[in-house]
Ligand binder design. Structure first.
Ligand code: NAD
Length: 369
């Protein structure tokens, strides 16, 4: 059976990294039929709008999409295509795993977190205006509903239970945001009580940022609102090795769209330089979603071994400043070819070496005074 998937190459480095993911998809032996549709700058040139109806219709028809990043003008211009896609298709759950890969490009080799972010409301609701004619004051409305909070919190607990995760941590600012923050907190406590088998706790966003950069290995599933989730998922991507290796998924009740955490990185567009791993790991998440577990495991293992071997890796995993052991940098397409080559060859019977957190190492008795 062939899986029909909408493919949105996107802007900037998007076409290069989605091409890389397609190459790896071919190596898995799983049959895909890609329905390629344009959104973003390419769509504006062709049809005058960054999000043509055919894109939405294609995702609704296929219920499955692999997406590259799409550029959003800053400050003015059209509203974000990414936000519009999430709102119009009700893709309410943004799931961003932050897994350190082979201990490369990270100071926290044991990082293995999942950020679950509400993706349809909050400060992304698009309700904002200038308060006066001089544009000297402005207001952006933070809309948080009990319905959306309940369903995203339930989603996080279901994910934790399914993936045998030990803990769900809610992140909010309910001490300052006495309505929106408190509403989200109330929803979290009510739903958490229905999952006694999954541990749960809460952190204020400021404390959470500090805790994460000190001891990320202590956290597991993080659930939060839209803007806080956006910021935390980039922070967690950094902990796990950088934007180049951070995949993401957007889920609605029936649809799933897989897109990397990173943006279109315009300065690297067309240079065959960007790291293809984030988009390739989006393919891995897509394979898991359609029940192709072995193929997904092969893709993850092939990525892991390519990164660990460090013979064919892009600049962000190769060069001084990014890694403790620099090597010559390879191109995006070369790294994708190497991962694809490994997919059918990897040995899944060997357990993956899981690095231990530095804090978990035994303490030298001489240092204790
Ligand atoms: P960005 O993620 O594009 O880039 C941030 C930094 O990371 C840059 O230094 C970039 O070169 C580097 N980087 C990103 N992806 C990389 C990769 N695969 N390999 C190696 N290095 C990589 O973020 P930005 O510069 O803030 O945003 C650029 C554009 O992307 C903006 O228009 C923004 O709105 C858009 N964006 C889109 C999405 C999306 O489509 N979901 C997400 C984030 C940003």
């Amino acid at each position: 059976m062939s899986h029909k998937v909408t493919l949105i190459p996107g802007d900037g480095i998007g076409p290069e990294v989605t091409q890389a993911a397609r190459l790896v998809a071919e190596a898995t032996g799983v049959s895909f039929e890609w329905e390629v549709v344009e959104a973003g700058e390419a769509a504006i040139q062709r049809s005058g709008t960054p999000l043509p109806d055919e894109v939405l219709q294609s995702v609704q028809r296929n219920r499955l999409a692999l997406k590259g990043p799409i550029t959003t003008p800053i400050g003015s211009g059209f509203r974000s295509v990414n936000v519009a896609l999430r709102q119009q298709l009700d893709l309410y759950a943004s799931v961003r795993p932050a897994r350190a890969i082979a201990g490369e490009g990270t100071r926290f080799p044991a990082t293995d977190l999942i950020v679950v972010r509400e993706a349809t409301e909050g400060l992304y609701s698009g309700v904002e205006h200038w308060v006066d004619r001089d544009h000297s004051a402005a207001e952006t409305v933070n809309i948080v509903t009990r319905k959306a909070s309940d369903r995203i919190v339930r989603f996080a607990f279901e994910l934790a239970r399914r993936e045998k995760r030990r803990r769900v941590t809610a992140v909010h600012k309910a001490n300052i945001m006495k309505t929106t923050g408190a509403l989200f907190q109330t929803a979290f406590r009510a739903i958490a009580s229905q999952y006694p088998d999954v541990a749960s706790d809460e952190r204020l966003i400021d404390n959470m940022c500090m805790q994460l950069v000190k001891k990320p290995e202590e956290y597991d599933v993080i659930i939060t609102t839209n803007l806080m989730g956006d910021i935390l998922s980039d922070l967690c991507a950094g902990l796990a090795g950088g934007l180049g290796v951070a995949p993401g998924a957007l889920y609605g009740d029936t649809l799933a769209v897989f897109e990397p955490v990173h943006g279109s990185a315009p300065k690297y567009a067309g240079q065959d330089k960007a790291d293809p791993v984030a988009e390739i790991l989006c393919l891995e998440l897509l394979l898991r979603h359609i029940g192709q577990r072995e193929a997904a495991d092969r893709v993850f293992r092939a990525v892991w071994e390519t990164v660990a071997e460090k013979k064919v890796v892009t600049y962000d995993l190769a060069l001084p400043g990014y890694t403790a052991h620099p090597v010559p940098a390879s191109s995006c397409s070369a790294m994708a070819k190497e991962i694809a080559r490994k997919v059918p060859l990897v040995d899944l019977s060997k357990p993956l070496p899981r690095p231990v957190a530095p804090s978990a190492a035994p303490i030298d008795a001489a240092l204790i005074t």
